[in-house]
Design a protein around this ligand. Structure first.
Ligand code: FAD
Ligand code: GLY
Length: 314
């Protein structure tokens, strides 16, 4: 029997799996599609701790920020993949005022999830793709996971299934309150003078990436879980981007995409053991900050899961 089952191969599930693997815990990740292709693929990768983040999350975010350079270095050493971690100026324009943060972190979320998957593979951890979990059952000694591809048993299960989490937890009689917030984004390339800072105002943000692209994001559409990018969404982003940074009008559009942020009714993520359960854990509802909060979320859960494991061995 595997010690730990993780449902969801997004940034949250993969970072947790990697944290457990680093502690030599046995772990399996079940993913209904392909790893790293959910909302995590849509993210801009800003690691901005004190901007657009609720105060209750500041400490967790600060911890994540400290962990990120270590995580990125370790992943690069183990996989050869540069996750694009770097710090750069961040110019916030709000209500007619400007505030410059001299060094705000960012990462490339697609490279990050790819590196996590390679690192897990190298450690012999299996990511079971195309496995859609349909039911979770908890008994005194183990959890039983049913899927379209068979059954798994483990000592614990962590539900890190993004927007899929609520429906899965329902099957175990655990209720959480979440909804989706669609975000549209585009990537452009601009010849000439490179943009050196992240620019952020109430309507749009511009994030220059290590590969020379500039990401322009993002719309915020609560309760919209449709796939695709609307003309209205792109138009509003481009108009706001041009107001914020006029040279962007000469840029060439390379890609447009959308994703659905997993938001909770309280506005705070669910991290930890589920109410009235000993073996079912939650790591979901990170809304606009899942990339930022992934390492600290993983750290909290790794510590808790290992503690439980030790108690059971005694
Ligand atoms: P996901 O990446 O969606 O992973 C969940 C996985 O679970 C999916 O792969 C899914 O297929 C799988 N799954 C679901 N149901 C099942 C099931 N029944 N069985 C098996 N597998 C299942 N955050 C930041 O910190 N910084 C940013 O700059 C940033 N920018 C963003 C920009 C946009 C446009 C958007 C949309 C989001 C942005 N975010 C950002 C937010 C961030 O992307 C999310 O918070 C984060 O990706 C959530 O990760 P996750 O692992 O919970 O979800
Ligand atoms: N954190 C940026 C976004 O969700 O659009």
């Amino acid at each position: 029997m595997t010690n730990h089952i993780i449902i969801g191969g997004g940034v949250i599930g993969l970072t947790l799996a990697y944290g457990l693997a680093c502690q030599n815990e046995s772990v399996v990740v079940l993913e209904r599609g392909a790893g790293g292709q959910g909302t995590s693929r849509a993210a801009a990768g800003m690691l901005a701790t004190d901007i657009e983040l609720r105060e209750e999350l500041h400490a967790l975010a600060a911890r994540s920020r400290r962990l990120y350079p270590l995580l990125a270095r370790r992943l690069e050493r183990e996989t050869g993949i540069d996750c694009g971690y770097r710090e750069q100026p961040f110019l916030l324009k709000r209500k007619g005022r400007e505030h410059l943060f001299p060094a705000v972190g960012q990462i490339d979320p697609r490279r990050l999830t790819t590196a996590l998957m390679y690192a897990l593979h190298a450690r012999g951890i299996s990511i079971e793709e195309q496995v859609e979990v349909t039911r979770i059952e908890e008994s005194d000694d183990f959890v039983r996971i049913e899927s379209n591809a068979g059954t798994w048993t483990g000592r614990t299960v962590t539900v890190a299934a993004g927007r899929g989490s609520q429906a899965l937890l329902d099957t175990a009689g655990i209720s959480i309150a979440t909804y989706g917030v669609k975000g549209e984004c585009l990537a452009v390339r601009l010849a000439g003078q490179p943009l050196r800072s992240i620019l952020f105002d109430d309507a749009v943000y511009l994030v220059p990436k290590a590969d020379g692209r500039i990401l322009i994001g993002a719309t915020e559409l609560p309760h919209d879980e449709t796939v695709g990018v609307s003309v209205a969404g792109v138009t509003s982003l481009l108009q706001a981007a041009e107001r914020l940074y006029p040279p962007i009008r000469d840029a060439v559009i390379e890609e447009v995409w959308s994703g659905v942020r997993p938001q909770t009714a309280s506005g705070l993520p669910y991290i930890g053991v589920a109410d009235s359960s000993r073996r079912i854990f939650l790591a979901t509802g990170h809304h606009r900050h899942g990339i930022l909060l992934a390492p600290a979320t993983a750290e909290v859960l790794v510590n808790t899961l290992r503690l439980i494991q030790k108690e059971e061995v005694r």
